[in-house]
Design a protein around this ligand. Sequence first.
Ligand SMILES: [Mg+2]
Ligand SMILES: [Zn+2]
Length: 183
Amino acid sequence: MSSLAPAVFLDRDGTLIEEVDYLADPAGVVLIPGAAQALKNLAQAGYKLVLVTNQSGVARGLLDEGKLAQIHERLSDLLHGEGTGLDGIYACIHHPEFGSPCDCRKPQPGMLLQAAEDLQLDLKRSWMIGDAARDLEAGKRAGARSLLVRTGKGSVLARERKDEGITVTEDLGEAARWILAQA
Ligand SMILES: [Mg+2]
Ligand SMILES: [Zn+2]
């Protein structure tokens, strides 16, 4: 009997919160409709909820780590206000063109693998939800399954890659229902 928990890894921009290019203002954090309820339902079913976000704006000098922490505090406050929350927040603040390469920037699976170690996760029973190809790829490389949402940049990708067998859901709410229906 394994004591490892399944997780749902969540992209941030365009998946959990509204897409803003290089969000640098905590006041700009807006939850996507239905997102908080989706997290609640997944948590209730035993999934750990882990945010994995590429934030190369830090490497690019568009915001600092303090501001990024404030943005994530704001996000946590909003979720808490809706009666839910995240079990972990992982951000890649790097970009290969602005500093040294890293192993955490999606599509690399570094953040998911680190979370699996920190939170004792069962990657095979886990899912990655995102609005970009690199999210889906990071999930796959970590050994999890991936779902695309049409929010954020997802509708464009869904159209471009409709013949590739990607599972497409409307938004985080539908993605959560889809995951819960597989169990
Ligand atoms: Mg995104
Ligand atoms: Zn990184």
